[in-house]
Write a protein that binds this ligand. Sequence first.
Ligand SMILES: *[C@@H]1O[C@H](CO)[C@@H](O)[C@H](O)[C@H]1NC(C)=O
Ligand SMILES: *[C@@H]1O[C@H](CO)[C@@H](O)[C@H](O)[C@H]1NC(C)=O
Ligand SMILES: *[C@@H]1O[C@H](CO)[C@@H](O)[C@H](O)[C@H]1NC(C)=O
Ligand SMILES: *[C@@H]1O[C@H](CO)[C@@H](O)[C@H](O)[C@H]1NC(C)=O
Ligand SMILES: *[C@@H]1O[C@H](CO)[C@@H](O)[C@H](O)[C@H]1NC(C)=O
Ligand SMILES: *[C@@H]1O[C@H](CO)[C@@H](O)[C@H](O)[C@H]1NC(C)=O
Length: 354
Amino acid sequence: MMQLILSWVLLAILAIAPRVGNALPTVESSLAVRTPSLPLTVNVLHTFEFPSWCENLAVQANGRLLVSRLDTPEVIQVDPTGVLAPTTVASWNASEYMGCLGISETVAGVFYVITSAFVNDIFVKTSGVNSIWEINMNTFNVSSAGVVTSNATVSKLVDIESADFLNGMITLNAYHILVGDVYNGWVYKVNTITGRYYIAINDPLMKFGANATTNLGVNGLKIHSPYLYWTNTAVGSLNRILINAKAEPYGVSQVVTANVPKADDFIFKSDGTAFIAQNQEDELSVLLSGQSVAEVVAGNNISTTLAGVTAGKFGRLSTDANRLYLTTSGALGLPINGSVVVAGSVLYIDTTGF
Ligand SMILES: *[C@@H]1O[C@H](CO)[C@@H](O)[C@H](O)[C@H]1NC(C)=O
Ligand SMILES: *[C@@H]1O[C@H](CO)[C@@H](O)[C@H](O)[C@H]1NC(C)=O
Ligand SMILES: *[C@@H]1O[C@H](CO)[C@@H](O)[C@H](O)[C@H]1NC(C)=O
Ligand SMILES: *[C@@H]1O[C@H](CO)[C@@H](O)[C@H](O)[C@H]1NC(C)=O
Ligand SMILES: *[C@@H]1O[C@H](CO)[C@@H](O)[C@H](O)[C@H]1NC(C)=O
Ligand SMILES: *[C@@H]1O[C@H](CO)[C@@H](O)[C@H](O)[C@H]1NC(C)=O
């Protein structure tokens, strides 16, 4: 564990580089009419043990979250009501997989998650293989006392031998997912019935580029029809390209916004507003639909409020549809002020008004 943390810290130090300046003008006026006050309040749902890196999350139809951990290969159920204690629903041998990353649901109750190979400080694979696993939550049950009475059914879908470091995942349709290789800068389409996969989108805006400050290109993936959107961490951008129903790209890819340094995963609200997690900036930015300049709405790089924020998902119940649930890495990727790291956590912000 210590070795892993040290290597994240080393990696972080290597990744320190001049920030992309805020060269573009801000559009405070458009946000000001939508929200009462910034920064938005950040609420803590659960803090994991230290150290811990919560990497991604999915929301189940029953409102409970599935949180993937990158510091250890585990997926943990977190109950936003706090009634049930967090429960590990799937775990893998930590000698075989470094951790878990993108997680997404296809048909009701059936989730897929990435288990990753081991990578070095510059994200080049050193051993192991990136795999996709199915977690069928339809067989999972937990008593009100928190006792697991029936396990999730966990099975390997496929090993993706050609992948270096899989990271983001999005559901294309009932039987296909898209999975991004953050180092190679391309996106696989994976058939969740047969396990067949191939590189479906391999776009220049998915590459980390020459002289990049970090070897992380395509990271978060989302479909907002007819476009596939993705963040590029090294470039600090949100990008898009037209895709058809089979995820075949057409036309020319575009930069949607370029002022989201160290962009990690992101999510759209129903109206098209994008909430972008900026892990190594410890910030969450918002990009209004149709705009090209994002604005920070919570966190900052000298505060632990959003320490290493990695991803966000909206609640699925009528009671929490405006809640944006967030995962954090505790700034293990880049310690705040060069030295401050905290435990990973699950947080939420109320986005009513956006
Ligand atoms: C974990 O994987 C290692 C390496 O493959 C193996 O030696 C070890 O027995 C495995 N542990 C368990 C509990 O399966
Ligand atoms: C889950 O377990 C509870 C008892 O702990 C039971 O009442 C309920 O029917 C079970 N649900 C499912 C879907 O099996
Ligand atoms: C669930 O799986 C765990 C780990 O394999 C096992 O220890 C436990 O007995 C299982 N629970 C049930 C209810 O089958
Ligand atoms: C990368 O750095 C080299 C050497 O400093 C420079 O010549 C080159 O123009 C840079 N490339 C880009 C794309 O910035
Ligand atoms: C980081 O440093 C600044 C300036 O010294 C200080 O105000 C801030 O509290 C520090 N942040 C943390 C998390 O220690
Ligand atoms: C935090 O961000 C500001 C710009 O907003 C930058 O000037 C400063 O160097 C950053 N500090 C750290 C510790 O990254």
